[in-house]
Each structure stands twice: as structure tokens, then as C-alpha cells.
Design a protein. Structure first.
Length: 110
């Protein structure tokens, strides 16, 4: 078992308590692009083929724009996706088609 030095016990205790409350962390917004691909192909792929996302004349000009389109269509279709679902699909689309510079943690455009 790991022994924590006395001078670090308070910090360790604080971090453990904070983690148990589910506070903000970069990991909470880490996208799962494999899951995003499944969500996209299952729910959006029928209409949004490569001819839509892969075209050169794109409407989305940034990751934030991609996210806004995902949110708009998710809402329109009534999928009731979580913020994490939206981030997963957004990052999948960016990695697969757009390749814009990413801004992690900017997931909440709702």
C-alpha cells in the first residue's frame, strides 16, 4: 500500500473529495471518436454521406461551428443526446472530415 507523506495528506484528501463530486476536469470532455462514429453512422449517416461532410464548400468553418450543427440536428431529430454524445460526434466529424484546430473543453455551446 502506498504511504502518503503527512505534508501531502490534506491535498490528497481534498483532491479525492473534489473528484467524488464530479467536478470539472479535462477528462470529462475527452471525446470518444469511436463512439461518435457509431452515433453518427447510426443516426445521421442515412442523409449525411461523405458528399455532405466531405465537400469542399463547407458551411462549418471551425470545431465550434461543427458542434453547433450537431446540436441543431440532434435537437431537430429529437435524439436527446448528452453533452458527451454531442462532443463525441463533433470530434469524430472534425477528425474524419474537417481537421480544424481543436479547442478541448469548449463542449457546451447549447
Amino acid at each position: 500500500m502506498c504511504k502518503i507523506p503527512n505534508k501531502h495528506r490534506r491535498l490528497f484528501t481534498f483532491l479525492m473529495i473534489a473528484a467524488s463530486f464530479g467536478g470539472y476536469s479535462e477528462m470529462s470532455y475527452a471525446a470518444d471518436t469511436a463512439r461518435g462514429k457509431i452515433l453518427y453512422e447510426t443516426n445521421c449517416g442515412e442523409c449525411h454521406t461523405k458528399s455532405v461532410s466531405g465537400r469542399t464548400n463547407r458551411v462549418a468553418k471551425s470545431v465550434s461551428d461543427i458542434r453547433k450543427w450537431v446540436i441543431q440536428w440532434e435537437s431537430y431529430k429529437g435524439y436527446r443526446w448528452s453533452d458527451q454524445d454531442i462532443e463525441d460526434v463533433t470530434q469524430y466529424l472534425n477528425n474524419r472530415f474537417y481537421k480544424y484546430k481543436n479547442s478541448p473543453g469548449a463542449a457546451n455551446d447549447r
